[in-house]
Design a protein. Structure first.
Length: 277
């Protein structure tokens, strides 16, 4: 009976030991291009990561990088799913900050990457607040910021945080602020980055090949030789072709919610040339 009680503890200890051994044996990736895909939640980071991961020269992490390192705070762990701007102090890092161990992060990510490929890709929305730190601590960095219509993003953040992660979904004013503030920080920090490229979710959906070619040119690798616009993609438990999903998201907003988004995020909508509703 007593032995049965301690079995889960023993399994957990063995799991941790096995992970530490794997980290120790994983080489630090060298002579690679590190591509960081950043942007607000629900802006298309997962879709773009899936697409770029099909390129023969790119190895993309299978999930968000901040989930597979013990060096960064995770939004879900502190009760802020899809809402890191509520605690900017825990997420924002610049080139003067210390704390996270970049060598350990590279090893943790390296365990999930194909290190035979020249380009390594990581995507995490909270890393929008860490681009300057990442540039200092990773070599050959390239940053791709993806932006999507703030109305659709605010609706998606509120919808996807309910009911799995919160008793009640985030009110739309918080979701709109998450979109506006995370893009504001990214716009400010991008001025300090040597290689940064903005892309739009809308362009990606409507001109996928053109957007991907823009990105491969930016990274300095060959364009995709073949890409089928009719291919089905499994993104967030939905499998379908690439298409602009903004209209159906925006249609779910009430006039009151639209008014709130205008009040909270109107200036950022203007900066990205999204018409106010």
């Amino acid at each position: 009976m007593q032995g049965t009680r301690f079995k889960p503890i023993l399994r957990e200890c063995l799991g941790r030991l096995n992970r530490e051994i794997r980290i120790a044996l994983t080489p630090v990736p060298k002579n690679k291009k590190w591509v960081f895909l950043v942007g607000c939640y629900n802006s298309g980071t997962t879709l773009l990561s899936e697409l770029l991961g099909q390129h023969p020269e790119i190895s993309a992490l299978p999930t968000e990088g901040h989930f597979i390192t013990d060096q960064f705070v995770k939004d879900y762990d502190i009760g802020l799913p899809r809402m890191w701007v509520e605690r900017e102090d825990l997420f924002c890092l610049n080139e003067n900050d210390t704390g996270p161990d970049p060598i350990r992060i590279k090893k943790e990510w390296g365990m999930r990457l194909d290190l035979n490929k020249p380009v390594l890709l990581e995507k995490s929305p909270p890393n929008s607040a860490k681009t300057r730190w990442l540039q200092k601590n990773f070599e050959n960095t390239y940053f791709i910021g993806i932006v999507r219509n703030g109305y659709a993003v605010a609706e998606g953040i509120s919808r996807k945080a309910d009911p799995k992660h919160l008793i009640n979904s985030w009110p739309v004013e918080k979701s709109a602020f998450q979109w506006a503030r995370s893009n504001e920080i990214l716009r400010q920090d991008s001025k300090h980055l040597e290689r940064f490229l903005w892309v739009n979710y809308e362009d990606l959906a409507e001109n996928t090949v053109g957007t991907l070619t823009q990105i491969t040119d930016f990274i300095g690798i060959d364009p995709f030789k073949q890409f089928s616009s009719d291919q089905q993609w499994s993104i967030h438990e939905r499998e379908e072709k690439i298409r602009n999903m903004n209209p159906e998201s925006i249609a779910k907003l009430s006039p009151e919610q639209i008014s709130t988004i205008n009040q909270v995020a109107g200036d950022m909508l203007d900066k990205f040339s999204y018409p106010r509703l």
